[in-house]
Design a protein around this ligand. Structure first.
Ligand code: JCF
Length: 677
């Protein structure tokens, strides 16, 4: 390509224009118009042209986001207009006080209009545009002067290197916040864990740390975003309202919060606050409150500043999601399946809008990961409705008498040995239903609405039944007499009778509820339903080994193992027998409506198959609605027989049952798309 080819210059301009448009749609409007691959193709083409024609490279070219070498230090920058901070208020009352002061100063009886926006939890950044070109990025520093981080600012994809549109002042300083969206933060941390292990504590620190890199190539790899919230110096006219100013910045290609609204008076401000507080956890990035600004710039000018903050703006902070407190003790609780869970007892602390004094520590691995000791000062985190967590230890606050947290050797509830399977995080009490803690949880689970649904059998009554020795396993429930119950404290004659009735009513159940109620490990409602539908009855399930169990949809080797070992335990089989003897029953299981072509049909596989194992064939037939059974009876609809078939085949023939060979089976499976043609 000749250097003076005028078409090259035209193509370069066109590529830059296209790339800038795509970038804007992607990062500012959140509305990408082309696939990433197309963007990459345009970028590669532009790079190639610029490499061949270095004279055509300009500083606002999208190829120039990461340029120059690493710095030794950041230069200091004086802000021509100081970068202000915001006053905080922490309650509705304090916010009303702010509004009252604004109106008093303005001599304004009427309600004031406020521009409302979420307060981003990031790092402030000043961007200076001259003739529409980004010439400088600076941190806030102490407000009077900050650091020149232009090279890093240029790497942030949604910061325009050149302003879009027209009408911008010749000099324009845009101010805003750099932050790391939560998804990017999680991704960055999990990658860091796999490589050098240098993770960030929260997205705010990640944004600050990334912006402080002396080598812009590192900043470029961090998922940072910029959101504009105002202007500093401006050499020309700007809109007369904060809300219109932000709309104008948006037209010039800067991202502003999509949540910006104008509110009339305190009441509307407060409902804006409540709305965002509620949606806080579902936003893509952390926010720590709401910023309210008097919308009219003329009124802002009349209000002016105090010290380092404007009188016309305030940050109404949300309750902190992280607070510091002391770990007083760790207790070990025993769950329904014997899992021993360490629970942190904390000095009560107000966090995420509630007072927290307990937090689960999950398991011993978690305690090790946190490096936690009794007496430590810890950071407790409660975000949204998520249960409170101990997020981390504050090591410099460890008292000299801090003591290690050890897994008890014996179950705190029954004294049975505690076992920890190597490679598993969970420790378990080996007492099973001999352990009162496990029995208590088993009873609660058994009686729950989604299980046997026994009204009136809650924690209190269960504790009383256990204390009085009236119940040693779940089957004892069905032999309780109203007389014995009425002897319990605060249990009247009437409630005793009602409870006995409720227990009696629970005898009429369904197979899936019964299976769920047994409380097998990893068997939730969905798995219980799948088991019930697959086997159709309890007996074949009792006989199934782990291999057969894995034919059930969504049952993998682990769940299959738990189910098989539950029913392999004679104590559990005896318990099931006692429950059935006590009268628990259910209607025949309905197979999935409109299922496959073998809907509900009982099929027996016998002999050997060449193209697949019998188990695999059984699984495929199950998918077509069949129930695979081990023995031939008058109810059998179909027998698939391979070489070596013996008595089952003979019996099928004697009963006149349809018999298929492997070829016929394969044809059928092929017809239904279950094996390749
Ligand atoms: O989102 C923020 N962190 C934020 C900070 C938003 C604003 O509108 C701000 C700010 C700091 C100062 N406004 C000022 C004047």
């Amino acid at each position: 390509m000749p250097v003076d080819d005028p078409t090259v210059g035209a193509e370069v301009s066109e590529l830059r224009e296209l790339l800038a448009q795509h970038n804007h749609r992607y990062y500012v409007l959140d509305d990408p118009s082309v696939p990433d691959a197309e963007y990459d193709r345009l970028m590669r083409r532009l790079r190639a042209l610029e490499e061949a024609h270095p004279a055509l490279v300009t500083p606002d070219s999208p190829t120039q986001r990461v340029g120059g070498a690493a710095l030794d230090v950041f230069n200091s920058v004086r802000h021509e207009l100081p970068m202000l901070s915001l006053d905080n208020v922490f309650s509705e009352e304090e916010f009303r006080g702010f509004d009252r002061r604004v109106r008093e100063r303005l001599g304004e009886g009427a309600e004031v209009q406020y521009c409302c926006e979420p307060k981003l939890d990031g790092v402030a950044l000043s961007l200076l545009y001259e003739n529409g070109l980004l010439v400088r990025g600076a941190t806030r520093g102490d407000g009077a002067s900050g650091e020149d981080i232009t090279a890093n600012a240029r790497t942030i994809p949604n910061i325009p290197l050149r302003l879009r549109g027209e009408g911008w002042p010749q000099r324009l300083e845009v101010r805003g916040e750099v932050y790391m969206p939560r998804a990017g933060f999680e991704a960055f941390n999990s990658r860091a864990l796999e490589t050098d292990g240098k993770t960030f504590v929260n997205p705010r620190n990640a944004a600050a740390g990334s912006l402080r890199q002396l080598d812009p190539r590192i900043t470029a790899q961090r998922p940072l975003e910029f959101c504009a919230y105002g202007v500093g110096i401006a050499s020309g006219e700007l809109p007369a309202r904060q809300s219109l100013l932000l709309a104008q910045l948006r037209e010039w290609g800067l991202r502003c919060s999509p949540e910006i609204r104008v509110a009339q008076g305190v009441a509307e401000c407060l409902s804006y606050y409540e709305d965002l507080l509620e949606r806080r956890a579902s936003l893509p990035h952390d926010i720590d409150g709401i910023v309210f600004k008097v919308d009219s710039i003329a009124l802002q000018e009349r209000l002016g500043f105090v010290a380092r903050a404007p009188r016309w703006a305030v940050a109404h902070k949300f309750p902190a999601e992280e607070e510091m407190t002391r770990l007083e003790d760790v207790e070990f609780q025993v769950g329904r399946t014997g899992a021993i869970t360490p629970v942190a007892r904390l000095a009560p602390v107000f966090v995420g809008g509630v007072t927290v004094s307990n937090a689960t520590l999950h398991n011993m691995d978690e305690i090790e990961r946190l490096g936690l000791m009794r007496g430590d000062t810890v950071i407790v985190r409660r975000a949204g409705d998520v249960i409170p967590q101990v997020a981390r230890v504050v090591p410099e606050r460890r008292p000299p008498d801090a003591s290690p947290i050890l897994l008890p050797q014996l179950c705190p509830a029954c004294g049975s040995p505690v076992e920890r399977v190597p490679g598993e995080a969970v420790a378990r009490c080996t007492g099973n239903l001999l352990c009162p803690a496990q029995l208590r949880e088993a009873l609660l689970h058994f009686a729950a609405r989604r299980a046997m649904d026994i009204d009136g059998l809650g924690e209190k009554v269960i504790d009383q039944l256990l204390a009085a020795g009236l119940v040693r396993d779940v089957s004892d429930l069905y032999h309780l007499e109203p007389g014995a119950l009425a002897a319990l404290e605060r249990m009247g004659r009437k409630s005793a009778e009602n409870l006995v009735l409720a227990i009696a009513r629970s005898r009429e159940s369904t197979l899936e509820k019964f299976l769920f109620a047994l409380g097998m490990r990893e068997v939730g409602e969905a798995t219980a339903r799948a088991l019930a539908r697959h086997f159709g009855a309890l007996e074949p399930l009792l006989e199934a080994d782990a291999i057969r169990l894995q034919q059930v949809p969504d049952v993998g080797p682990i769940v299959a193992g738990h189910v098989a070992s539950f029913f392999a335990d004679q104590r559990n089989r005896a318990l099931v027998a006692r429950l059935l003897e006590a009268g628990i029953h259910w209607p025949a299981v309905e197979m999935p409506a409109g299922g496959g072509p073998l809907d509900g049909a009982s099929v027996v596989l016998t002999g050997s198959l060449e193209s697949m194992t019998r188990e695999a064939a059984g699984e495929l037939l199950t998918r077509l609605g069949a129930r695979v059974s081990g023995s031939v009876s008058a109810k059998t609809r179909l027998v698939v027989a391979g070489p070596g078939a013996g008595s089952k085949l003979a019996k099928a023939e004697s009963l006149g049952i349809e018999v298929w060979d492997e070829e016929r089976l394969l044809g059928f499976l092929r017809e239904h798309g279950l094996v390749e043609v």
